[in-house]
Design a protein around this ligand. Sequence first.
Ligand SMILES: C=CC1=C(C)c2cc3[nH]c(cc4nc(cc5[nH]c(cc1n2)c(C)c5CCC(=O)O)C(CCC(=O)O)=C4C)c(C)c3C=C
Ligand SMILES: [Fe+2]
Length: 417
Amino acid sequence: MTSAERSGFSRRGLLIGAAGAGGVAVGATASGLFNAVNADEPAPPPTDVVPFFGAQQAGVATPVQDRLVFASFDVVSDRREDLVAMLKEWTSAAAKLTAGDPVGEVAGHPMAPPEDTGEALGLPAANLTLTVGFGPSLFDQRFGLEAKKPAVLHEIPALPADELDLGRSHGDLCVQACADDAQVAFHAIRNLLRIGRGTVVMRWCQLGFGRSSTTTRSQSTPRNLMGFKDGTNNILSESPADMDAFVWVGDETDQQWMRGGTYVVSRRIRILVESWDRDRLEDQEAVIGRQKVGGGPLTGVRERDVVDLAAKNKQGELVVDTNAHIRLAAPASNDGQKILRRGFNFTDGMDPRTGQLDAGLFFICFQKDPAKQFVAIQRRLGATDLLNEYIKHVASAVFACPPGLREGQWWGQDLFS
Ligand SMILES: C=CC1=C(C)c2cc3[nH]c(cc4nc(cc5[nH]c(cc1n2)c(C)c5CCC(=O)O)C(CCC(=O)O)=C4C)c(C)c3C=C
Ligand SMILES: [Fe+2]
């Protein structure tokens, strides 16, 4: 087989090839095994590919995958042409990666580095989504984008109880990679970084190992590292009215290139698990305002029972504490505002200074106006949330995520035109 022929194969095709050559490839999926057994039959269409092209970027309303690699980049070239060229290359690579294909030849020329780093060969597409965003700092004088900066795009202001590490915050660009396979998500970010060498450097990168929310009714509610169901009262993609009212940017924008896009806020929130694990169950439930095992509100039974924030017990006290997390975060306490939460549990091992677990929630939310939505809610939470005794916000970022692309378009095309 020539290298040109080989480069035309998808990762799934390579899997079939390996099996046909006398064995089943390591990491073969159920569908891969089916293909291997029926090597003469045309492969069935993959069921684990999220379309890259569409009116909106994937990775927002998409059912939340199991794994996250969220990377922030700073542009180190001061030439607008370099940035544009990189964004074009990134787009073409992202379309291939999300289809389950390598970005180029792995075994091309023996005297040249492989175009694709190779660690995802034989792995499925795993519902990989790649979502791009542009940070407020990209709109300074360097690239002539000052007039294209959306009025609602500003760095998140200092908020109560913040303990931010600037090295893990902000950035000119971001790419959120979500997939049902950690290596697929890592491979995608690694290859984008490789393509961008000389134009961007990575500023920070966060891995997440388990989803901590749901964006569709088809998914069960997962648990965060406090052991509570998280995402029960989230915006669901099946509610177009909520998506349009709170998530997708509409006619109200001053920047047409953002129409149909959204703004992402990320917060690395450390959970002080050692303290939390010593707290008694009754108090844990009072802090959140929900039952730990079933997830129902303290005023109800089942997970989806509507919370009654006015309910009182026999002693005449509010059942859901005045400073319980769900009371302060609820739309009723925030001028009716909502956000789409799409965060992930993380751990980066142990903090060597304290011997405590460095673990928590990499909180991600999407909205049409970060100041009116995330910032307003977090101002209230940061001031008096009972949860504050057990968490620390240690990093923060915000990015403008443009709408989706038609085939042939590239990330940032309308921003740079
Ligand atoms: C500023 C926004 C929010 C931050 C930051 C945040 C951090 C955070 N949350 C949990 C755990 C839970 N949160 C729950 C509900 C909930 N949280 C927010 C917002 C933020 N959370 C909202 C808007 C809501 C929904 C409120 C409502 O309308 O009822 C819940 C309950 C289940 C659910 O509805 O998802 C849990 C549990 C942690 C551990 C955390 C930081 C580490
Ligand atoms: Fe919350």
